[in-house]
Ligand binder design. Sequence first.
Ligand SMILES: [Zn+2]
Length: 296
Amino acid sequence: MGLQNLCSAIAILLMSAVSVGAQPIPAGKPLHTIPAADIFAGVARPVGGPAAVHGTTSRGCFTGGVALADEGATWQVMRPSRNRYYAHPRTVATVERLAALAPSLGLRGILVGDLSQPAGGPMPWGHASHQSGLDADIWFADMPEPRLTAEERETIEMQSMLTPDGKALDTTRFTAPFARLVAAAAKMDQVQRIFVHPQIKLALCQWDGVGDDRSWLRKVRPWYGHYEHFHMRLFCPAGMTTCREQNPPPPGDGCGADLEYWFTPAPYAPAPKGTKKRRPLTVADLPAACARIFGG
Ligand SMILES: [Zn+2]
């Protein structure tokens, strides 16, 4: 590459960092010394270019992302000040499709929690995943009438679907429309997995509305937390070789031994002594394409 070409290549890289509102990585700074969450949280706008997912949901980023509109006919974005309502265009379309189904499920609309930062990547707080633009959190709450004000969307508390002791599901709160909402999300072809609290998975396993085809239950996985919202994860876009997908869930509806495990002490046991705390991810831990957003 001639000097002139090299200079223009560097200029383009620097411009890409500046155009997304982030600080470019200083030349020569080793990538393993740069905390990835700091630099990705500083990205103000999506990176341009064709939509591409890089890496995994917990070590990745994306380019060509789009924003979910602040509100639509049947949804409102919660905590918009966090600037985490971006994702791969297919994820945004899937959230919109789910929102459009809400009235047929017995809801006015859905309240959408965090998707990803404008270019994804690790976050300084809140989620280990949601990095590659394929994850979306949906609250267990109906969109009220009148709609939430801008201030309420920042401040209103999430409501637990569990009893106060956390040992059972509060069936006055987790009502049929929410069961239908999880089922509708799980039945979408684009959706790979859904995470809910074990009590919610149990309720869905026993639900009289489950239907003859229980195969959608396979996608609904018990996990820690997730009693105020559920987490929807999409498959990698078809043919996108830079996207690394999570393994498929084990076969079956997940209502047997997989679920029983969550009602034993094992998942809640403290980590064995000497277990190392995971260190924060650096830019070097992510695919090279993620560093390139910042000229790295
Ligand atoms: Zn989530």
